[in-house]
Design a protein around this ligand. Structure first.
Ligand SMILES: NC(=O)C1=CN([C@@H]2O[C@H](COP(=O)(O)OP(=O)(O)OC[C@H]3O[C@@H](n4cnc5c(N)ncnc54)[C@H](OP(=O)(O)O)[C@@H]3O)[C@@H](O)[C@H]2O)C=CC1
Ligand SMILES: CC(=O)N[C@@H](CCC(=O)OP(=O)(O)O)C(=O)O
Length: 307
């Protein structure tokens, strides 16, 4: 029998992108709720409980509620794309490239929390360096980022695209999270193995999909751009999803386009250095809806079904 998959929130931004990745797949049975019934709790409860894998594409509170609707059912496996369970006990973090052991942890898990889009870039850059002892625990980590506006879901898409709305956003690029207390801090700290929350400055650009995450670092004598690059290249060697750009290739770039991986499920990493070798900038480029959300959810589902 084919595994039965239900996407709760399938008519939202992340859900629709997961659906489109699953269409045409003969190895899974995708069960669906009519759009008009998307908030019908009784129907959702039935579908959730009859699924082999439920993929939650809901706001945090609704995701917690969906998990409650599955209480007493320890058969349905869950992938939650929301922030609700990312650092919760009993949930595997769905970033398969985190460590060599993480794919097996996801494969064996019943409960998988899909990472946030910004943490995907930040953790991809920072964690291998922490594990290699190249980023000191004393170092304050700064994360600067820009996301496509679909990262804000249906609400932000409407604000950016519908000029008739009272709450429309007209800016070509804006900063937010100005209180330095973004919901992604806990997962960056925990899975980045950071001693404290990073200084995180997110922003949104007037493009639907794409993302750049930057972590600028000061170098000392022992740590150079070459050693940072070598650690990243070693960690991601042979990886199909994450590519580490050769140092010389990055050095030859004049600019990076935040949309260059839009529509893909891949992520590219760069290490840039200052001419005096005292500073480096670690950069991740991805699609907020690809490796940053829906692509990662499908990658996790495939791992879970490969058990
Ligand atoms: N967009 C992105 O790039 C990323 C999103 N995520 C996370 O994915 C999750 C979904 O986000 P996104 O797809 O962007 O959001 P959207 O707002 O685009 O979609 C959410 C969907 O959930 C439905 N919904 C809301 N509340 C309920 C409820 N109580 N019961 C049933 N359905 C409900 C909405 O229906 P209705 O239309 O009626 O409101 C909508 O269809 C969020 O937790 C988000 O943080 C994670 C990584 C990246
Ligand atoms: C542009 C924008 O608004 N982005 C969202 C994060 C998107 C994402 O990763 O959401 P989850 O962490 O909920 O999964 C935000 O900053 O809240």
């Amino acid at each position: 029998m084919k595994p039965r998959i239900f996407i709760d929130g399938e008519h939202g931004t992340t859900g629709l992108q997961i659906r489109s990745r699953m269409e045409g797949r003969a190895d899974v049975e995708l069960v669906s709720i009519p759009e008009a019934e998307r908030r019908n709790e009784a129907m959702r409860e039935d579908l959730l409980n009859s699924a082999d894998v439920a993929i939650l594409c809901l706001p945090d509170d609704a995701a917690r509620n969906a998990v409650a609707l599955l209480s007493g059912n320890n058969r349905t496996r869950i992938i939650d794309t929301s922030t609700a369970h990312r650092t919760a006990d009993g949930w595997a973090y769905g970033f398969a490239e985190l460590t060599r052991e993480q794919p097996e942890a996801i494969r064996a898990a019943r409960l998988v929390a899909n990472p946030g889009c910004y943490p995907t870039g930040a953790i991809a850059l920072v964690r291998p360096l922490r594990d290699a002892g190249l980023l000191s625990a004393d170092e304050t980590v700064t994360v600067n980022a820009v996301s496509g506006y679909t990262g804000g879901g249906k609400q932000m898409i409407a604000q950016m695209e519908d000029e008739t709305r009272e709450d429309r956003i007209t800016a070509p690029h804006f900063l937010y999270g100005l209180d330095l207390d973004h919901k992604h801090l806990p997962e960056m700290r925990v899975y980045g193995r950071l001693p404290r929350d990073p200084l995180f400055a997110p922003s949104v650009g007037r493009f639907p999909q794409g993302m750049i995450v930057q972590v600028p670092v000061l170098l000392d004598g022992a740590t150079t751009a070459e050693t940072l690059h070598a650690a990243l290249a070693d960690h991601y060697a042979g990886c199909a999803v994450v590519t580490v750009t050769p140092l010389a290739e990055s050095a030859a770039l004049k600019r990076i386009d935040a949309t260059e991986l839009a529509g893909t499920d891949r992520m590219t990493l760069h290490v840039f250095r200052s001419p005096d070798g005292e500073r480096a900038n670690l950069v991740a480029v991805l699609d907020n809806l690809g490796k940053g959300a829906s692509g990662a959810a499908v990658q996790n589902m495939d791992l879970m079904l490969s058990a």
